[in-house]
Design a protein around this ligand. Structure first.
Ligand SMILES: [Fe+2]
Length: 228
């Protein structure tokens, strides 16, 4: 996966550029804490040897994609971070953006301000059985409530400073270049401020079970991070 070959489909080339750029970041970004360093090594191995075939679905947009044109490309930034942000923005117009909140009026703010896509994984262009790699996009002033999933999740913030919380604890502010690890079924939530947020999300383990909210709602869904 890290060695570029001759690609006849431009999306295949972009998908490989995306995975290669993320692997370069896993290898070359400044050291993080031991847990995240270990995950970086595990994901690096998983992404080097994708197990499935390539497939292509027609692009699907989402309401939150309106913020993408305003996300500045890093231009001449030749760092691993800049490379990954550049290829992510190039890929975004070809992506199959997903959002499961269309039919739920109580989550209208999530339908308007949240979407994700996978380029590697069972629903991605590069099929795999053991890892996913894609993007998460949130619009400004959006709260994604506490949720959890059986997969272990590694996040890397590409653009936008936002609040991230785990285990119902007070949030921490993460800037672009930050890593975050969610353990299996660990509740986590995100809150954007005045700017949108674009992050890379990678899953391993039980990647087929989807995310679900950690607290069932009675009445209107919450629209902002609970205070400490
Ligand atoms: Fe998650």
């Amino acid at each position: 996966m890290t060695q570029s070959a001759v690609h006849t489909n431009p999306r295949e080339a972009l998908a490989r550029q995306f995975s290669d750029a993320f692997v370069a970041l896993l290898r070359g970004a400044p050291n993080t804490d031991d847990q995240i360093m270990n995950e970086r090594r595990v994901f690096e191995k998983l992404l080097e040897t994708p197990s499935g075939e390539m497939r292509y679905d027609a692009p699907v947009t989402a309401p939150v994609c309106r913020v993408l044109p305003g996300m500045a490309a890093p231009g001449q930034d030749s760092s691993a971070h800049g490379d990954l942000l550049n290829v992510s923005l190039s890929l975004s117009e070809h992506a199959v953006w997903r959002n499961k909140y269309r039919a739920r009026p109580e989550y209208a703010h999530l339908f308007e301000n949240f979407a994700f896509c996978d380029f590697v994984g069972p629903d991605g262009w590069q099929g795999t059985e053991d890892v996913t790699l894609g993007l998460v996009l949130m619009g400004p002033h959006c709260f994604y409530p506490f949720h959890h999933h059986p997969a272990r999740e590694l996040y890397y913030v590409l653009s936008g400073t936002a609040e991230w919380a785990v285990d119902f604890q007070p949030p921490q502010v993460l800037e672009p270049g930050s890593w975050l690890l969610h353990q299996e079924n660990q509740p986590h939530a995100m809150q954007t401020g005045h700017e949108p947020m674009l992050a890379v999300s990678a899953w391993r383990g039980d990647i087929l079970s989807r995310s679900q909210f950690s607290t069932p709602y009675v009445g209107p869904a919450p629209t902002q991070m609970p205070s400490a």
